[in-house]
Design a protein around this ligand. Structure first.
Ligand code: NAD
Length: 249
């Protein structure tokens, strides 16, 4: 099968850092039209400049995914006037805190960004795909923590489990229109979120069958696959990309 992304319109959230940044770069290098969004304008501009040096253009738009209004205007970007083919939703964060010490504000902010932000992006993306009659692909980011948690990650883990559930429900609702919805569930990825020292990166790697923690680029192939006709019969699935970590005691 000949897979190509020229003419494919892609929105990437959380594109200023880590996994989202690699997604924006990866799709742009495959020839897709990319709208990269994040709350961090400086890093978005740096990404745009870096891509320009490669001779590629990406559009950037500041958007806090916890704001319904900002999400609505993100999907009205000029580059998306003819519709949207792919959403790669990576925006998210976490904190390490015992659940008894988590304040209501901290709880609400994590729910607002990770879960409500995912809901708003999926809803607006799906509406746009439907409006333009696109057989689109929606990819949202879960975590192996949705399946196997850690101490001090109760709220984060709950948001990720709920994201998987949302994706499954949307896959059922949008299937008849050939809009596919899937989750990418990374293991440990070396990003600003995990903030691993070289020493802890090496130590974590020893607990993983493939012998290392992931780099953000390790996530891109799965998203390209889930956006392409190679995965045309996959919807409502979670693909775990963790170097085998889930299976090792
Ligand atoms: N790094 C890992 O080990 C790991 C593992 C499993 C899942 N994940 C998930 O992958 C996704 C990306 O994480 P990462 O590791 O690349 O982290 P990262 O911190 O490197 O990047 C996250 C990006 O999201 C942006 N962001 C945060 N809040 C936002 C908001 N309200 N609106 C818009 N953008 C916002 C940040 O500015 C940042 O650029 C997250 O959903 C995270 O939960 C990461």
């Amino acid at each position: 099968m000949n897979v190509h992304f020229e003419g494919t319109k892609v929105v990437v959230t959380g594109a200023a850092s880590g996994i989202g940044r690699s997604m924006a770069v990866g799709f742009a290098r495959e020839g897709a039209t990319v709208v990269a969004s994040d709350v961090n304008q400086d890093n978005l501009q740096a990404l745009q400049a870096e891509m320009k040096q490669e001779g590629r253009h990406i559009d950037i738009q500041v958007c806090d995914v916890s704001s319904e209004e900002q999400v609505a205007s993100l999907f009205e970007a000029d580059a998306l006037q003819d519709g949207l083919d792919v959403l790669v939703h990576c925006a998210g964060f976490t904190y390490f805190k015992h659940f008894t010490e988590t304040t209501p504000e901290e709880y609400r902010r994590l729910m607002d960004v990770n879960l409500s932000g995912t809901f708003y992006c999926m809803q607006v993306a799906a509406a746009k795909m439907r409006r333009h009659g696109k057989q689109g692909s929606i990819i949202v980011t879960s975590s192996i923590n949705a399946h196997r948690t850690l101490p001090s990650q109760a709220v984060y883990t709950s948001t990720k489990a709920a994201i998987e559930s949302l994706a499954q429900s949307l896959a059922v609702e949008l299937g008849p229109e050939q809009i596919r919805v899937n989750c990418l569930a990374p293991g440990t990825v070396a990003t600003a979120l995990t903030n691993l020292s070289e020493e802890s990166k090496q130590a974590a790697g020893r607990g993983i069958p493939l012998g290392r923690v992931a780099e953000p680029e390790d996530m891109v192939g799965t998203a390209l696959f889930l956006s392409s006709p190679l995965s045309q019969y996959i919807t409502g699935s979670t693909i775990i990309v963790d170097g085998g970590a889930m299976h090792k005691r």
